[in-house]
Design a binder for this molecule. Structure first.
Ligand code: PMP
Length: 383
């Protein structure tokens, strides 16, 4: 089976697996314990925080460890909303955010918050002027993702950050950075980001751990209360093995970012070129997007049918994102990009990783041709 679902989960680096095992065996002490073993475990967390901070060019005190980016996004949005509701009860976000952002906003909406959901252009890119036009004096937070997890489009974060801050200097800017880190350059300062979420399992790190950058001076109301872990922002005994291994993955994938992009960009472009040759397909991604995501729709054919056929042919692809694929509903992301229901129900996401080679792409192209023919999708136009 060839795995084309890197945007959903990645195989951990060997070093990550070894680190997890070692720390589980050797450093099982509770980092809050006062004895030596506990102090040692605490030091490992401190060191890991420094490593992640260096990779993001931020201060270690500005980073906290969570259980994953879903939690980081929930904490960024609801934590800021609860903390700053005195300033107003308005949030600006987009129609194409990950469910962990989108549903957090919907939950606040049910509690009386006003949410402006900005519609992206047909290209899947959000117009910064539209975001800016929605910002008001009572806007507490703007949340826009770096790279869309379904179609791979890259949002103009620098323009958005600068515009919104020039309109309302108190507004907080949250970026869901999950699909961008390790693939594109990240500059929290240039974006004027106050909050930034990361998920190590998308960058060959472990699951069960996430990161949230909280800019110095920004306060959040914790969602999990209990002990004083993570500066009182996230109670619960720290997952030391996952934290140390996450720091490894953050460092390694950060260092390998350019090599990753250089390697994958030609493969991605080749796939895009191939898919454009199939007249029945509608491309939802292009060369301007992230180097690891290719997305197309076959209007009229359910994505699951195509994905299942490709699986029979040894190719693991995704329909929508992994978090939404069980819903069997048209993709909210594609609908936001003005695709009709038929195209939004027939999406296929191919996401690449550093294991992939030209030969793998050839095999995938052949499988797609076979699948298309087997499903009698194409009557003409293909050789
Ligand atoms: N945001 C984006 C853009 C994602 O792709 C994902 C993972 N599908 C998440 C947030 C949630 O991350 P996690 O799996 O760590 O909860």
């Amino acid at each position: 089976m060839l795995y084309w679902d890197y945007a959903a989960a990645t195989p951990p680096y060997e070093e990550v697996v070894q680190t997890m095992e070692q720390i589980m065996k050797l450093h099982y002490a509770n980092p809050s314990s006062l004895h030596r073993a506990g102090v040692e475990a605490g030091k490992l967390i401190r060191r890991s925080r420094e490593v992640c901070a260096a990779a993001l060019a931020v201060k270690p005190e500005e980073l906290l460890f969570t259980s994953g980016a879903t939690e980081s996004n929930n904490l960024a949005i609801k934590g800021a909303a609860l903390q700053y509701e005195g300033r107003g009860r308005h949030i600006v976000t987009t129609e194409m955010e990950h469910p962990s952002v989108y549903e957090s906003c919907l939950q606040l909406q049910k509690r009386g918050w006003e949410i402006s959901f900005i519609k992206p252009e047909r290209t899947g890119i959000v117009d910064p002027d539209r975001v800016a036009a929605a910002v008001r004096r009572d806007t507490v937070l703007v949340s826009v993702m770096h790279v869309n997890n379904e179609v791979g489009t890259i949002q103009p974060l620098r323009e958005i950050g600068n515009l919104i801050k020039s309109l309302n200097s108190r507004v907080l800017f949250h970026v869901d950075g999950v699909q961008g880190y390790g693939k594109l350059s990240v500059s929290l300062k240039e974006w004027k980001a106050d909050l930034y979420s990361l998920s190590p399992h998308k960058i060959r790190g472990p699951r069960g751990v996430g990161l949230l950058y909280v800019k110095e001076g920004v306060m959040l109301s914790p969602l999990l209360t209990g002990g004083s872990h993570e500066d009182g922002l996230r109670a619960g005994t720290e997952n030391v093995p996952a934290i140390v291994a996450a720091a490894k993955a953050v460092r390694m994938s950060g260092e390998q970012r350019e090599a990753f992009a250089d390697r994958l960009t030609p493969l991605r472009d080749r796939l895009l070129h191939f898919l454009r040759g199939i007249p029945e397909f509608l491309l939802n991604s292009n060369e301007d997007g992230a180097p690891h995501i290719v997305h197309f729709s076959y209007p009229g054919m359910k994505g699951e049918v195509m994905a299942r056929k490709l699986e029979e042919l040894g190719m693991a692809v995704s329909t929508q994102s992994a978090c939404s694929s069980l819903l069997a509903e048209p993709s909210r992301v594609l609908l936001s990009m003005s695709r009709d229901v038929s195209a939004a129900s027939g999406g296929i996401r191919i996401s690449l990783g550093d294991i992939h080679t030209e030969a793998d792409v050839t095999a995938l192209e052949q499988a797609i041709m076979t699948a298309v023919q087997a499903l009698k999708i194409v009557e003409g136009g293909m050789k």
